[in-house]
Design a protein around this ligand. Structure first.
Ligand SMILES: C[S@@+](CC[C@H](N)C(=O)[O-])C[C@H]1O[C@@H](n2cnc3c(N)ncnc32)[C@H](O)[C@@H]1O
Length: 232
């Protein structure tokens, strides 16, 4: 899926407009659908951590103190609320305006990537997961939580009907399966929990570290033990 500038600007304006009412609405869904998912996700973050589409920063109070946190979102109004929250919490966080489809970080920059309740709204969710994988260090952890396609077909039928309205008006998808994108990227799912009729899923997936064999080959090369050109 290509994400044009006009489309991006449209959804950014949508989130700017809804930023003031977001926390109240989201607290309701946290209570009825998502349970303790924010705490479950944030408690597993270590080291250099990037939260993609951080919104108003509802996860900020839940991160362990020792991590170095960066957060991106493309809505300036959502980010302004996150900044205010970070200040009130005394939490040091590098907040930047950026697009999840093209993260402004070099490959392998972070030990942990977090994305909560945003892959339902990011226009190209497969590309966003691929970007998260790119900036994740080998051996690092990807932590996702979202509402997804329900386990039972009658519930999925209702979700399909809802999408007829929500996708064009709010950019909100109900039938997505982030797990499949994570598996397609070759990450190893270490923990996964699905609940509330299969509507909510949270997972922790590890990016494979270079294998021992790769490591040995690399050290042999850097030790100058690789094949030398033969002189004739
Ligand atoms: C439902 S809110 C979730 C916010 C936050 N992650 C949370 O858990 O409360 C979705 C967020 O995704 C952001 N978003 C959507 N598409 C994006 C994109 N392509 N790049 C960056 N942020 C995006 C919106 O601006 C909004 O803040």
């Amino acid at each position: 899926m290509t994400v044009g500038k006009a489309n991006r600007d449209r959804w950014r304006r949508y989130w700017d407009k809804h930023s003031a009412s977001y926390d109240k609405e989201m607290r309701f869904f946290d209570r009825v659908l998502f349970g303790d998912s924010r705490a479950w996700i944030c408690s597993q973050a270590t080291g250099d951590t990037l939260e993609v589409a951080i919104g108003t920063g509802l996860n900020l109070p839940l991160y362990p103190p020792g991590i170095r946190l960066t957060g991106i979102d493309y809505s300036p109004a959502m980010l302004a609320i996150a900044k205010q929250r970070a200040q009130e919490l005394g939490r040091d966080v590098d907040l930047r305006e950026a697009d999840a489809h093209a993260l402004p970080f070099p490959d392998a920059s972070f030990d942990t990537i977090v994305c909560t309740f945003s892959l339902c709204a990011i226009p190209d969710d497969a590309r966003a997961v691929s970007e998260m994988n790119r900036v994740l260090r080998p051996g690092g952890l990807l932590l996702l939580a979202d509402h997804i396609a329900a386990a039972a077909w009658p519930a999925r039928a209702i979700q399909r009907l809802l999408e007829v309205v929500t996708v064009p008006l709010q950019g909100e998808h109900f039938l997505r399966r982030p797990l499949h994108h994570v598996q397609a990227q070759g990450l190893t799912v270490e923990r996964r929990q699905r609940f509330k009729l299969g509507l909510t899923e949270r997972l922790a997936a590890r990016k494979p570290a270079p294998s021992q064999q790769d490591h040995e080959e690399t050290s042999a090369t850097s030790d100058g033990l690789h094949d030398q050109p033969t002189s004739s």
